[in-house]
Design a protein around this ligand. Structure first.
Ligand SMILES: Cc1ncc(COP(=O)(O)O)c(C=O)c1O
Length: 216
């Protein structure tokens, strides 16, 4: 900041995550969390900005409401980016239980890891870090489609999720080099169910299905 530059983080689904024993939200000059409906901590829609700079926090407060300060005059050109009262109320309740939710997610993932072991490749989470596991993505190599179909046939929804930009018609023209690593990850990864109400016996059933599909 003293040199006029900022570190801004897209911390979208990182509320509750930890990097080197520090909570995400305390690392940059400006970090933006999303609380939209698919996030582990949600207010239904909207989000939260964290910053250690009081003047920057003020600026964001003004920016979200047309650049107004107290007198309904815009000091700069802002947005209509207010969080509705209802979403804010939901967010306050959710934030109060965020740590409990986060610990519960870690327990569910630990059970998955116990059951599946090295049969799948896991996201790397270092000892002093904590992932929110917004998506529980596992790499399955060439068995991805087999596992995906087996789970679908058992009534378990999975997601392949994000599509590499260079494979989309609208962005392909900006891609000038092959992306073999991205393609390989995209073709071998599957997100398996993880949500607060998921039970241990449901995880056991999902793991049995995955392990049996990997054996076939
Ligand atoms: C890394 C990242 N950035 C941004 C977003 C978008 O957040 P929002 O839906 O609140 O615009 C997401 C949503 O999943 C995300 O994962």
């Amino acid at each position: 900041v003293e040199h006029g530059s900022f570190v801004a983080f897209d911390a979208a689904h990182g509320y509750g995550s930890i990097r080197d024993d520090r909570k995400v939200g305390t690392l940059g000059d400006f970090e933006v969390f999303s609380f939209s409906g698919t996030k582990p901590v949600t207010s239904g829609e909207g989000g939260l900005v964290s910053t250690p700079h009081e003047w920057l926090a003020d600026r964001v407060r003004y920016l979200r409401a047309y650049g107004f300060q107290q007198d309904y005059r815009s000091r700069f050109i802002g947005l209509n980016g207010k969080l509705s009262e209802l979403h804010a109320a939901l967010g306050v309740l959710e934030l109060a239980q965020a740590e409990t939710l986060m610990r519960h997610r870690q327990e569910l993932v630990a059970h998955y890891r116990d059951r599946l072991g090295d049969s799948v490749t896991w996201q790397l989470v270092r000892p002093n870090d904590r992932s929110t596991y917004k998506d529980l993505a596992v790499e399955l190599g060439a068995s991805r489609s087999r596992v995906e179909h087996a789970l679908t046939n058992t009534g378990v929804q999975t997601k392949r999720y994000f599509v590499p930009l260079h494979t989309m018609d609208v962005y392909a023209r900006y891609s000038h080099t092959p992306q073999p690593v991205t393609d390989a990850v995209h073709n071998s990864t599957l997100c398996i169910p993880l949500f607060a109400d998921l039970t241990i016996s449901e995880i056991d059933m999902i793991c049995d299905t995955i392990l049996s599909a990997l054996r076939d």
